[in-house]
Design a binder for this molecule. Structure first.
Ligand code: AKG
Length: 241
């Protein structure tokens, strides 16, 4: 890994690895999860609003979590060196698995209110590897980050607008925060730290999914944030991230 990648992660709180997975690999991963989703409910499914029925596309396509517990391919993919070794090098330490997730984000789906992962997961440091399985742009709800927010420590939380966010909490945005949207092609991987503010807006397209395979890793040695309701999503939201 070059020095610039580590520097960018340290300074901005994220690093974009372009083209780490090729088209046939991404096709295989995408097809695998669409097949699993078509089989019906899985443990930990989350995202839809049951009151909205067919009006909420996340009722048909809720997010998967911790698929590695019941799916051997997910377990193999979370160990892929392009994710795991890159994450370890960026963090500069050995790492171990925290969780796996798969977001389908079908046309019309809500996004996720901007947040820091450490507002959900109270051990730090952590790092996410976010593998794009579709092209991601503004229209289909690309990832949005606040560069430099990794240096702010854990920030206060508040209720999110659940008409645009499928989770109920978000970060209270620092006054000078500047959001940057990250355009990605399928096969690109975005790495970001636990204090980096990030999230996404709704998928405004009528015909394009925005699917993502996500792994969060813990550093081998972690500290624990204090049990503080002002900075923790646990009082606002029922999901683990
Ligand atoms: O994909 C998104 O919209 C948000 C994902 C996220 O918050 C995460 O990977 O930690």
């Amino acid at each position: 890994m070059d020095v610039e990648a580590r520097e960018s992660f340290r300074e901005d709180g994220f690093y974009l690895g372009r083209g780490l997975f090729d088209k046939s690999e991404v096709d295989q991963i995408r097809k695998h999860y669409m097949h699993l989703r078509s089989q019906g409910p899985k443990p930990g499914d989350f995202g839809g609003d049951p009151k909205k029925g067919d009006d909420d596309p996340l009722n048909e396509y809720p997010r998967f979590i911790n698929m590695h517990d019941w799916d051997a391919k997910s377990d193999a993919w979370q160990k892929d060196p392009r994710l795991m070794d890159t994450a370890a090098q960026l963090l500069g330490t050995e790492i171990e698995l925290c969780q796996t997730m798969l977001y389908f984000k079908p046309p019309g789906a809500r996004g996720q209110g901007l947040h820091q992962d450490n507002q959900y997961i109270r051990r730090y440091p952590i790092i996410a590897a976010w593998l794009a399985l579709d092209r991601c742009d503004r229209a289909n709800g690309q990832m949005v980050l606040v560069p430099g927010s990794n240096k702010l420590g854990v920030l206060p939380v508040q209720h999110a607008d659940e008409s645009v966010s499928f989770v109920s909490g978000e970060t209270v945005m620092p006054e000078d925060a500047e959001e940057v949207g990250i355009e990605m092609d399928a096969g690109d991987v975005l790495f970001f730290g636990g204090f980096t503010i990030h999230g996404s807006y709704p998928n405004a397209t009528t015909d394009r999914f925005r699917r993502t395979f996500i792994v969060h890793y813990f550093a081998k040695q972690t500290d624990t944030l204090p049990d503080d309701p002002a900075t923790s999503m646990s009082g606002l939201s029922s999901v683990s991230n």
